[in-house]
Design a protein around this ligand. Structure first.
Ligand code: HEC
Length: 179
């Protein structure tokens, strides 16, 4: 009886505000506890295949939910594309698209002129026009960078339909103008 009361008192103490907050923090051993049942999973794309496999976390992380736990869609396969005809890109529009966070949002990861807080995830694009990339090669990088680097974090803007053919042409024209 005495033991039960003590246990209840301890449970009550755990419900106190400061402790409840601490309980929301990730456990220190969250990657290493191999004994945990009910493990959650994390997506692991198989390079160049369009297939996503799922590995188990070594702990049950369902208290810290993420959409990736429910989203089992496979990714589209990397696409190699050939730029058709002359570029016909509008660099001014390309600049707008690159800096529009509903469109290219390139500056989230890359440095671009006029960007007050350059992204540092990818290489700077400040001098992209001096790289001597052909228009077709530049177009491919934006259409689907996974062809060059299967493990890239850069979204495949063309393959995913995030940018149209003409929008990518405009961005290529803009990048080629950066010298
Ligand atoms: C989520 C971050 C991210 C976004 C958004 C992003 N990129 Fe990238 N990009 C990268 C990274 C990282 C690399 C280089 C390493 C790699 O392949 O992942 C890269 C590589 C490139 C390259 C090739 C560079 C080379 O040396 O060949 C070009 C060109 C490029 N990005 C242009 C763009 C453009 C244009 C946009 C917007 C339409 C954009 N990126 C959006 C992360 C991003």
């Amino acid at each position: 009886m005495k033991k039960t009361l003590l246990a209840l008192a301890a449970t009550g103490a755990l419900c106190g505000a400061p402790l409840a907050q601490a309980a929301d923090a990730l456990p220190a051993n969250f990657l290493y506890d191999t004994g945990t049942k009910n493990k959650t999973i994390w997506p692991k794309p198989v390079a160049n295949s369009g297939v996503v496999k799922y590995n188990e976390h070594r702990q049950d992380l369902s208290r810290w939910p993420s959409l990736s736990y429910q989203d089992h869609r496979s990714t589209k396969k990397p696409e190699t594309v050939a730029l058709q005809g002359p570029l016909n890109g509008n660099a001014d529009n390309g600049k707008k698209l690159a800096m529009n966070n509903q469109k290219g949002n390139c500056w989230a990861c890359h440095a671009l002129p006029g960007d007050p807080q350059p992204g540092s995830g990818g290489p700077t694009l400040l001098n992209a026009g001096t790289w001597r990339y052909t228009d077709a090669n530049m177009y491919q990088q934006i259409w689907d960078r996974r062809v060059a680097n299967p493990a890239t974090v850069m979204p495949p803007f063309g393959t995913n339909g995030a940018l149209s053919d003409q929008e990518i042409r405009d961005i290529v024209a803009y990048l080629q103008s950066l010298k």
